[in-house]
Ligand binder design. Sequence first.
Ligand SMILES: [Fe+2]
Length: 498
Amino acid sequence: MNNEKEKILFVDDDESILDIASEYFQHKGYPVITAKNGLEAVKILENEKIDCCFTDINMPGMDGLELAEYIRKIDNTIPVIIMTGYPSLDNTIRTLKNGVVDFLIKPIKLNHMEVCLKRVLREQLLFVENIILKKEVKGKEQLKRLNRELLYKVEELNILNKIMSDFTITSSSSDIFKRLIDTTIKIMHADEARVYIINNAAPFEITTSVSNSAGTDKAIEKLIMETVSNAMPLLISENKGACGLPEDILSFMVVPLEIRGKVFGILTASIKKSGIHFIEKDLYYLSFMTNKAAYAIENLALYENIYENLFSTLYAFVKTIEARDPYTQQHSNRVTKIAIVIGKEMGCTSEELDILNFAGHLHDIGKIGIRDVILLKPDAYTEEERNIIKKHSIIGANIIGQIWLLESEKEIIKSHHECFDGTGYPDGLKKEEIPLLARILSVADVYDAISSDRAYRKKMEKNKTIKIIKEGRGTQFDPDVVDAFLKLHDDGVIEKIT
Ligand SMILES: [Fe+2]
């Protein structure tokens, strides 16, 4: 604890008062400084830290009240005590205004001055502690506020990040629509979210597993069409019945999906449980999300367009090869159809079926590199010719391999002559080493080849073709694929599509 007493400044033009007060308080252990007028006091205050000031009012240059005002301005924690022989109401008011803490009337007894000093110093201590406390409280509040803001920002960043990553990797438009619905329900705590595609000036709902398609209410349809025409997101934070929304919807949002300024779809979100409702921030998130989704859809459309063009070009090559050999016309087309029904039967995803469609049509594209004299030979192949023919799967994979993003298709084309027991070509892969879609394509390819005429032989009898497929179960072919094929065959599905 610091035992040093408070430093006192006495200001009076009466030197005898200064002498008496100095002597008394110094004797009591207080450091004392004196000044003969206000201006002299100001100079002292510029260089010294004092704890209390006693001042006369009437002094030449700068009077006591002006000095009090000056002190209040530089440090409002320094108590000022006014000493005057003639107190007037006017002076008293000015004194209080200037933050003077006490008033002593001359002649002043020294012990009164001491009592007064102790009191004002005690009050000053409380005052300073109060200020510090207030600052601390303010500081803590500020910290809490900053913390809240920080948490809020982190949450916002997390949400925006999730939206960004959700819509960066998407494989199809339907996937994007499903993600829109899922993310709206998850992030916005919506009870229901729906996506509509605007078709001929009427909303057509995209059916997904998440939204239940109970039909669109007329009032909702009206809000959707309004949003389509003004391209502005709409927030109905609390449904008070003004828009004719169904009563069970407590809070509602409608956000447009736009590509290059044209609204092509709408996302709606509803809250049906009481207790929460959408706020402006939710509308911001939803708009951010639909923006990202629309962007992803546009990119996908551009990509699908390129993909379609590429597919058409490559398929034109296949048709050229098939056109050279009247016996293989439509072979790739039929193989693809058979492979797709087997794929569906085996539970392939729509993405896998797309790959099967591409690879099925182009599986023999490598035959473009085989000379006609071999390819169109009317007799059975020699060993050497067979080895040349076998190269078509690698040639095909190399052609497709030139194209970025067609890795799966390339692997299937390369492996469509692999056998389940490892006796196939080009790599002698076994069982699951062979991609599933290639195992499917293999059954479809062989079935179509033996059940149609060839240059060197007539097509086989139906029961003979099935016998060959059955015999190949577990050796040439994947048993599961054969089982799926046979089921489809027994059900008449294969016959119908070929
Ligand atoms: Fe082939």
